[in-house]
Design a protein around this ligand. Structure first.
Ligand code: ZN
Length: 185
């Protein structure tokens, strides 16, 4: 659980640190507002991907299932600035499939904490492998990082793409090509 009292204190210090007066009217509720916002943004800290991904049902289908354009918002652990974009998840079932909303819920759990895009990509792939146990899974994440667009190199619109391949997608260019072709459909 997020400790909202600690966050309120920290935001007060932060305001002082940037030369603000935490006592001025417009900022009176800011520490509390930020604390409540952080509780929401970091709700994934308490999440367990085993929960949504255990809701499987059996299916004969062994063709690729692709859930694309799952929108996510996360916070980079280097700057505590937002990065956001889309996650695409494809898997090849081995007798079991999962409701599509459960993949979106899995993304929410891993996005709802301080993250690195590459790590989040791998965590989603590993969770699908562990709980759904498909023949393979491929995850691609494309995101814009506010720490790159608002500060530093200031490259608005630039996107970072990361992928993770597990099981039958690993070291299998043909299978990965199919994934990218389906993404463009
Ligand atoms: Zn960053």
């Amino acid at each position: 659980m997020v400790d909202q009292e600690k966050i309120r204190k920290a935001v007060n210090l932060l305001l002082e640190g940037i030369g603000e007066d935490p006592g001025r009217e417009g900022l009176a509720d800011t520490p509390d507002r930020v604390a409540r916002m952080y509780a929401e943004i970091f709700a994934g800290m308490d999440g367990d991907a085993g929960e949504p991904l255990s809701r499987v049902f059996s299916a004969d289908n062994s063709e690729m299932v692709l859930e694309k354009d799952i929108v996510f918002y996360s916070m980079c652990e280097h700057h505590m600035m937002p990065f956001y974009g889309k996650v695409h998840i494809a898997y090849i079932p081995d007798g079991r499939v999962v409701g599509l909303s459960k993949l979106a819920r899995t993304v929410e759990i891993y996005a709802g904490r301080l993250q690195l895009q590459e790590r989040m990509t791998g965590q989603i792939a590993d969770a699908v492998m562990e709980y759904l146990v498909p023949r393979g899974v491929m995850v691609a994440v494309e995101a814009e990082h506010m720490c790159m667009t608002m500060r530093g190199v200031k490259k608005p619109g630039s996107r970072t793409v990361s992928i993770a391949a597990r099981g039958c997608f690993e070291n299998n260019p043909g299978q990965q090509d199919r994934f990218f072709r389906m993404l463009r459909m």
